[in-house]
Design a protein around this ligand. Sequence first.
Ligand code: NOJ
Length: 556
Amino acid sequence: MTEERSGALTSTSPAADEWWRNAVIYQVYPRSFADGDGDGTGDLAGVRRHLPYLRDLGVDAVWFTPWYLSPLADGGYDVQDYRTIDPAFGTLEEAEALIAEARDLGIRTIVDVVPNHVSAEHEWFRAALAAGPGSPERERFWFRDGKGPGGDEMPTRWESSFQGTTWTRTTDPDGTPGQWYLHLFTPEQPDLNWSSPDVRREHEDVLRFWFDRGAAGIRIDSAALPVKDPALPEVPEGFGPGEHPHLDRDELHDVYRGWRAVADSYAEPRVLVGEIWLPDVQRFAMYLRPDEMHTAFNFDLMTRPWDAKELRAAISATLAAHAPVGAPATWVLSNHDITRPVTRYGREDSSFDFAAKRFGTPTDLALGERRARAAALLTAALPGSLYVYQGDELGLPEVEDLPRDAIQDPMHFRSGGVDPGRDGCRVPLPWTVGGDSHGFSPDGAAPPWLPQPEGWGRWSAEAEAADPASMLSLYRAALALRRSEPGLRSADLSWVELPGASEDVIAFSRGDVVSVTNLGAGPLPLPDDADLLLASAELDDGALPSDASAWYRTTT
Ligand code: NOJ
């Protein structure tokens, strides 16, 4: 990118057209970012107030998790109406103003689109329930008669991504049990039928609706799930590529080619970012072919433990998978579904696995913080785009002791209370050291929708902005260097072998900038000619301590 930080973005520069290749994208979870109207829930007014903070952090774009009208059965991923902002968050006019104001500060907006399902309160689903079996209204979803006597058995034994079953039985107007409908997530999120032309048309219209309002792109939720095998077979044992009945179906590519055509029809082409969880990197890369998505989240690195061999393998595999399709990699340390890095990296097992989440897993937060700082520099130095989940730039830990009756996440309830769920990374942000809610809401307002723990102000933006050693200061410095150092904007990466370094060191160069991360137990002396740009921990007599990263320029 060549545009200046201040002032409007230019759409004429060819480099600006491909801004997404090297962008820093900040994820806003609107409920928990900042509350402008004092009801205890974050909103668009709160985001607008803090846009200068995002500019100063140095981000290129903001991705908003769903802000649409929603009963919030799954934190907004149960969309009732894409063309209405949920009143808890504000109005459509405010969203338009926010997009424009952000743009004036050089920040683009990415909105979330959820093609796999809608809310059970969506007018289509209500119409489908009312219209009854065999109706065109039911064709937009997966309604089926049950199996067995009286249709009492579910049409398939597919498992929900949120544990449990994937079918719920309806009740006919006369009170008798009716058909079943499919939901890969909660019963409040009925799955759409992508064989229906209505479904396809509607989503392309939704894309246009937001692109016309200035959105620079969309994040595509659960992007490998929407198409189903219409025969609805059971999941075969040891299924091969494209053989799963509801994951990574070949027909999906056609859907995203249609979306790409919509995105490309704008003078400044819009960007598609997929949420794709697939272990097969070749299949993953197929979604990034030049006429499909621009980028997709890379969760490989995020799920790996703090181990040099593992992280190096994730980086190599990611770069190798992206190269043939010409798409940039993305680097993601967390999001609104994942345990915060500071907490995760302080654990004995620092990998991430949804199925392994339990209450009371011990962590060493000081160690986790050191590693999260090192991980921030490691990922910010890699070629491609970088995602920062709100609060990670403050080094917030996961809140693991939320009162049980405060938890709202369906993942918690559907696990029978075994899985703590995802609310621990969604606790409202601290903006100020003091104040009723540490500046999240105006003083005297309703309490935050999730309680903030004791001492939350320690991690506030106010406290950290004043501390040169804080996580916020580290992020600001790193993102500024990412912008100013030509090496960090290039597409290339070369692995570097530092003299005396063990295999616990990850080192690579980008142009004349070297990034080195020391995951070993002892300090690592940096080369004598290293011109230090930034380090995640203080050097000790020219040596990089354990669990730390440094960036330096080579001078010879
Ligand atoms: C992925 C989203 O990130 C998550 O928060 C949501 O629960 C599921 N998709 C279902 O929409």
